[in-house]
Design a protein around this ligand. Structure first.
Ligand SMILES: [Zn+2]
Length: 308
């Protein structure tokens, strides 16, 4: 324990100011998400301008000590937007730079959109992943492939197409030396089979981990890292907290998956990266350790897995 740490307290939201830096390993900051246009269940009549929304989101993230973010693509369009956003925000005169926040991007095809085929990402991958960084960039903009995987809950794409798109992306990540961001829902068996048979690397992240201790052990055995989201704060998620408690400290990440999955006590509202300390605090409480320890470990782990 760190002296003075309020156990399980909402680090970064208590008026004491951030004591550590957090890394939101998985969020969606592309304009269509920020303004609610992409949210299932309807969009606001007059969405606010994405740039204005983003300025507020970044200011609150910075205030909460959330200084690094990975914005995640889910198809060709949102991946291109993620890359453009991360690159624009890397400029010295950007709102992110003004707030001391760094943003990276991933390129991927979500299982919901698997029917589009991974070839839909080809031109973006050729331009971004196969391209050497320009002189003005100190490091890569694109740090991962995904999110990709299997979603047998919604079945928005045929399962065969999901499995095919997932296997191709597992291979892509390994060949390019990039992290792999995995989405899995009601599909543990096939997900783990494909990770095993397609040769997933130890830079595999099970994003928004919602399994229990058994699934956690199976993922960890494969060399994967578990990323915990706001679900770990939900009242009915005791099994996820058990998984968070048993996961080795060097194998866990934290994320918001914003704008989705706002943690307690913000459930139902639009989520944003400033809430990642609440996720970290819940992970810390489940382990009986200080949230500063989780922040430091998760940040270090995210940097390692994404090659930063
Ligand atoms: Zn996501």
């Amino acid at each position: 324990m760190v002296a003075g740490e309020p156990e399980g307290g909402p680090a970064g939201e208590g008026g004491l100011g951030p004591v550590v830096e957090w890394f939101d390993s998985h969020c969606h900051l592309q304009g269509r998400y920020l303004t609610g246009e992409d949210r299932r269940g309807g969009s606001p009549a007059e969405p606010p301008a994405p740039e204005r929304v983003l300025e507020g989101v970044l200011a609150r993230a910075s205030e909460a000590g959330v200084t690094r973010l990975i914005t995640v693509g889910t198809d060709a369009g949102t991946s291109a937007e993620a890359v453009a956003l991360a690159r624009a925000m890397g400029r010295a005169d950007s709102p992110a730079s003004a707030e001391g926040v760094r943003i990276w991007a991933t390129i991927g095809l979500h299982p919901h959109d698997a029917a589009a085929g991974v070839a839909s990402l080809d031109s973006l991958l050729a331009a971004e992943v196969d391209r050497p960084p320009s002189e003005s960039e100190t490091d890569r903009t694109v740090v991962g492939i995904g999110e990709c995987g299997l979603d047998y809950h919604y079945d928005h794409s045929p399962r065969a197409a999901q499995r095919e798109a997932f296997a191709v992306q597992v291979d892509l990540a390994r060949r390019h030396g990039l992290a792999l961001v995995v989405h899995t829902r009601e599909a543990w068996g096939d997900t783990l089979d494909i990770l095993r048979s397609s040769g997933a690397s130890d830079r595999t992240v099970i994003h928004c981990f919602t399994g229990g201790p058994d699934e956690a052990r199976r993922c960890l055995e494969l060399g994967a890292t578990l990323s915990f989201s706001g679900v770990v704060t939900f009242k009915n998620a005791a099994d996820v907290r058990e998984a968070a408690a048993l996961c080795p400290l060097d194998r866990l990440l934290v994320e918001t998956d914003s704008p989705f999955l706002a943690p307690v006590p913000h459930r139902g509202s639009t989520n944003e990266p400033s809430r990642v300390p609440l996720v970290g605090a819940a992970v810390a409480a489940s382990r009986g350790i200080a949230s500063t320890v989780v922040a430091e470990a998760a940040t270090r782990n995210t940097c390692r897995v994404f090659g930063l």
